[in-house]
Design a protein around this ligand. Sequence first.
Ligand SMILES: [Zn+2]
Length: 170
Amino acid sequence: MSTAIAPALSRRKIELLTNNIRQRFNCSDCYFDIVSFVEIVIPAIDETFNYEYASSNELSPGMYAYYDPTNNTMKILSSVYDRACEDIGRDRFTIAHEVGHYFLHQDGYSFARTNQLIPKYCDPEWQANTFASALLIPRAQTKFMSIEEIKDKCKVSYQAAEIAYNRNWQ
Ligand SMILES: [Zn+2]
Protein backbone atom coordinates (compact mmCIF):
# COMPACT_ATOMS: atom_id res chain seq x y z
CA MET A 1 0.00 0.00 0.00
CA SER A 2 1.31 3.43 -0.94
CA THR A 3 0.55 6.34 1.35
CA ALA A 4 1.49 9.98 1.12
CA ILE A 5 3.13 11.44 4.19
CA ALA A 6 3.54 15.15 4.89
CA PRO A 7 5.48 16.77 7.75
CA ALA A 8 3.28 16.72 10.86
CA LEU A 9 0.95 19.68 11.36
CA SER A 10 -1.41 20.04 14.29
CA ARG A 11 -4.94 21.45 14.01
CA ARG A 12 -3.73 24.33 16.18
CA LYS A 13 -0.94 25.24 13.75
CA ILE A 14 -3.31 25.04 10.79
CA GLU A 15 -5.81 27.32 12.58
CA LEU A 16 -3.05 29.86 13.29
CA LEU A 17 -2.32 29.94 9.57
CA THR A 18 -5.97 30.29 8.48
CA ASN A 19 -6.60 33.00 11.11
CA ASN A 20 -3.56 34.83 9.80
CA ILE A 21 -4.85 34.58 6.21
CA ARG A 22 -8.30 35.85 7.26
CA GLN A 23 -6.76 38.77 9.17
CA ARG A 24 -4.40 39.65 6.39
CA PHE A 25 -7.26 39.83 3.92
CA ASN A 26 -9.51 41.66 6.30
CA CYS A 27 -12.11 38.96 6.51
CA SER A 28 -13.76 39.44 9.87
CA ASP A 29 -17.13 38.03 8.73
CA CYS A 30 -17.89 34.35 8.96
CA TYR A 31 -18.20 34.21 5.19
CA PHE A 32 -14.94 33.72 3.30
CA ASP A 33 -15.06 34.43 -0.45
CA ILE A 34 -12.99 31.47 -1.61
CA VAL A 35 -13.62 32.05 -5.34
CA SER A 36 -12.29 35.63 -5.27
CA PHE A 37 -9.43 34.42 -3.11
CA VAL A 38 -8.28 32.01 -5.84
CA GLU A 39 -9.02 34.34 -8.76
CA ILE A 40 -7.77 37.64 -7.36
CA VAL A 41 -5.90 37.42 -4.06
CA ILE A 42 -3.51 34.50 -4.62
CA PRO A 43 -2.50 35.70 -8.13
CA ALA A 44 -1.86 39.17 -6.64
CA ILE A 45 0.55 37.82 -4.01
CA ASP A 46 2.09 35.01 -6.09
CA GLU A 47 2.73 35.69 -9.75
CA THR A 48 3.82 32.10 -10.44
CA PHE A 49 0.41 30.76 -9.37
CA ASN A 50 -2.00 29.62 -12.08
CA TYR A 51 -5.55 28.40 -11.94
CA GLU A 52 -7.54 26.76 -14.69
CA TYR A 53 -11.07 25.57 -15.12
CA ALA A 54 -11.27 22.08 -16.53
CA SER A 55 -13.95 19.94 -18.15
CA SER A 56 -14.65 16.53 -16.64
CA ASN A 57 -12.65 14.68 -19.32
CA GLU A 58 -9.54 16.66 -18.35
CA LEU A 59 -9.64 15.34 -14.78
CA SER A 60 -9.59 11.73 -13.57
CA PRO A 61 -13.03 10.22 -12.91
CA GLY A 62 -14.35 11.29 -9.52
CA MET A 63 -11.86 14.15 -9.28
CA TYR A 64 -13.29 17.64 -8.71
CA ALA A 65 -10.14 19.70 -8.43
CA TYR A 66 -6.45 19.35 -7.77
CA TYR A 67 -3.38 21.39 -7.02
CA ASP A 68 -0.13 20.48 -8.75
CA PRO A 69 2.90 21.82 -6.81
CA THR A 70 5.31 21.04 -9.66
CA ASN A 71 3.85 23.88 -11.77
CA ASN A 72 1.99 25.76 -9.01
CA THR A 73 -1.30 25.23 -10.83
CA MET A 74 -4.79 24.57 -9.54
CA LYS A 75 -7.33 22.89 -11.80
CA ILE A 76 -10.98 23.16 -10.87
CA LEU A 77 -13.85 21.40 -12.60
CA SER A 78 -16.00 24.08 -14.31
CA SER A 79 -19.19 22.76 -12.70
CA VAL A 80 -17.55 22.94 -9.24
CA TYR A 81 -16.51 26.52 -9.97
CA ASP A 82 -20.03 27.47 -11.13
CA ARG A 83 -21.62 25.99 -8.00
CA ALA A 84 -19.01 27.61 -5.74
CA CYS A 85 -19.96 30.97 -7.29
CA GLU A 86 -23.54 30.20 -6.28
CA ASP A 87 -22.30 29.57 -2.72
CA ILE A 88 -22.97 25.82 -2.71
CA GLY A 89 -21.13 24.61 0.38
CA ARG A 90 -19.69 21.36 -0.88
CA ASP A 91 -18.07 23.06 -3.89
CA ARG A 92 -16.70 25.92 -1.80
CA PHE A 93 -15.10 23.31 0.44
CA THR A 94 -13.59 21.50 -2.56
CA ILE A 95 -11.82 24.71 -3.62
CA ALA A 96 -10.77 25.55 -0.04
CA HIS A 97 -9.27 22.04 0.25
CA GLU A 98 -7.07 22.71 -2.80
CA VAL A 99 -6.12 26.12 -1.37
CA GLY A 100 -4.99 24.12 1.66
CA HIS A 101 -2.70 22.03 -0.54
CA TYR A 102 -1.41 25.28 -2.06
CA PHE A 103 -0.45 26.74 1.33
CA LEU A 104 0.68 23.55 3.05
CA HIS A 105 2.15 21.35 0.32
CA GLN A 106 3.83 23.62 -2.18
CA ASP A 107 7.06 21.73 -1.62
CA GLY A 108 5.21 18.50 -2.32
CA TYR A 109 5.41 15.57 0.06
CA SER A 110 6.94 12.16 0.01
CA PHE A 111 5.17 8.98 -0.93
CA ALA A 112 6.22 6.33 1.50
CA ARG A 113 5.38 2.69 1.22
CA THR A 114 3.90 1.49 4.44
CA ASN A 115 1.49 -1.11 5.71
CA GLN A 116 0.82 0.90 8.80
CA LEU A 117 -1.72 3.61 9.29
CA ILE A 118 -0.04 6.99 9.35
CA PRO A 119 -0.97 9.50 12.07
CA LYS A 120 -3.67 11.86 10.79
CA TYR A 121 -1.42 14.86 11.49
CA CYS A 122 0.92 13.57 8.77
CA ASP A 123 -1.82 12.83 6.24
CA PRO A 124 -1.86 15.60 3.58
CA GLU A 125 -5.59 15.02 2.95
CA TRP A 126 -6.44 15.42 6.65
CA GLN A 127 -4.31 18.58 6.69
CA ALA A 128 -6.05 20.04 3.61
CA ASN A 129 -9.51 19.22 5.02
CA THR A 130 -8.61 20.75 8.39
CA PHE A 131 -7.34 23.86 6.59
CA ALA A 132 -10.54 24.15 4.50
CA SER A 133 -12.74 23.78 7.58
CA ALA A 134 -10.75 26.35 9.58
CA LEU A 135 -10.67 28.85 6.70
CA LEU A 136 -14.38 28.64 5.88
CA ILE A 137 -15.62 28.10 9.45
CA PRO A 138 -13.41 30.11 11.85
CA ARG A 139 -13.65 28.81 15.39
CA ALA A 140 -13.77 32.22 17.13
CA GLN A 141 -16.63 33.59 15.02
CA THR A 142 -18.74 30.41 15.12
CA LYS A 143 -18.14 29.30 18.69
CA PHE A 144 -21.70 29.85 19.92
CA MET A 145 -23.58 29.03 16.72
CA SER A 146 -25.87 26.09 16.02
CA ILE A 147 -25.13 23.75 13.12
CA GLU A 148 -27.85 25.49 11.03
CA GLU A 149 -26.40 28.93 11.76
CA ILE A 150 -22.90 27.79 10.79
CA LYS A 151 -24.27 26.32 7.56
CA ASP A 152 -26.13 29.53 6.64
CA LYS A 153 -23.55 32.11 7.72
CA CYS A 154 -20.43 30.34 6.44
CA LYS A 155 -22.10 28.86 3.33
CA VAL A 156 -20.92 25.31 3.97
CA SER A 157 -22.64 21.92 3.76
CA TYR A 158 -24.58 20.55 6.72
CA GLN A 159 -21.91 17.87 7.12
CA ALA A 160 -19.04 20.40 7.25
CA ALA A 161 -21.05 22.57 9.67
CA GLU A 162 -21.67 19.58 11.94
CA ILE A 163 -17.98 18.60 12.00
CA ALA A 164 -17.02 22.22 12.84
CA TYR A 165 -19.71 22.40 15.52
CA ASN A 166 -18.27 19.33 17.23
CA ARG A 167 -14.74 20.71 16.77
CA ASN A 168 -15.79 24.00 18.39
CA TRP A 169 -16.80 22.16 21.53
CA GLN A 170 -13.73 19.97 21.82
ZN1 LIG B 1 -6.49 16.67 -1.43
